[in-house]
Design a protein around this ligand. Sequence first.
Ligand code: PAF
Length: 292
Amino acid sequence: MIVARTVEEIRAAVQQLRTNRPNSTVGFVPTMGYLHEGHASLMRKSAEQNEISVLSIFVNPIQFGPNEDLERYPRNESGDLQLAGQCGIDIVFLPSVEVMYPQATKTKIRVAEVTEGLCGASRPGHFDGVTTVVAKLFNMVKPDRAYFGLKDAQQVAVIQQMVNDLNMDVQIIPCPIVRETDGLALSSRNVYLSDEERRQALVLSESLQMAHSLIREQSTITAAELNDVIVKHIQAMPIADIDYVEIVQYPSMERFAASVKLGEQKSDILIALAVRFGNTRLIDNLYLPYQL
Ligand code: PAF
């Protein structure tokens, strides 16, 4: 496995493998490291679908707000390299902040509308930081396909919009959420949770499962009714502090009107949650594609 740390090194490494493996495609998995099974599923999929797979590990400061967890974001370079090797990664790109941002960024990529609600509303500027760094990484790696987890469903929608709008020559591959056996969605931030916070955090996946059953069993349930049931269920956990519960169309992220009957909708539905447990903000979601 090649480890590249500068822009010149990553470009040369990708070019070298493309030359050695004619007609190959490059799969790319951008991450912030502290890799878990969710990331492993993206890396394995990339290795299955492409002759060359690139992983990037970069904790991107411009997507964190001033009071967020940039300083304490967990890191484990040696563990990450080991997992990457086991998942078929050929090149790991590990740039420093100075490599990614040698001078203050004067150019930002902003996707309108899709970024306005949910995490975009709670974390002002977050998605501008994500789209800017992802565009930079795409320009460095020049992948044919890029793999993103649907746990960050809004991020996937925002990146897909950027790729469409800017005619970027890369196929975005959304991948399913990976969960612990008890339902907790895998996240690098789960490491922050105390035992009690982790126990209470199971309310996220439980309430999504409950929402799924309700939509299946009661096609006339409205967006407002379902929202209410989910909020009450989460609030039954004493330390759960709700940031948002949203029921939106996917991928536009437009909120359904309160009176809309969800079982009768002819669009993809996303139920998205962001809830704090102590100092840790967790997100989770349920994606229900419309089936004809
Ligand atoms: O999902 C993440 O880990 C990050 O937002 C990403 C896409 C790597 C950009 O920094």
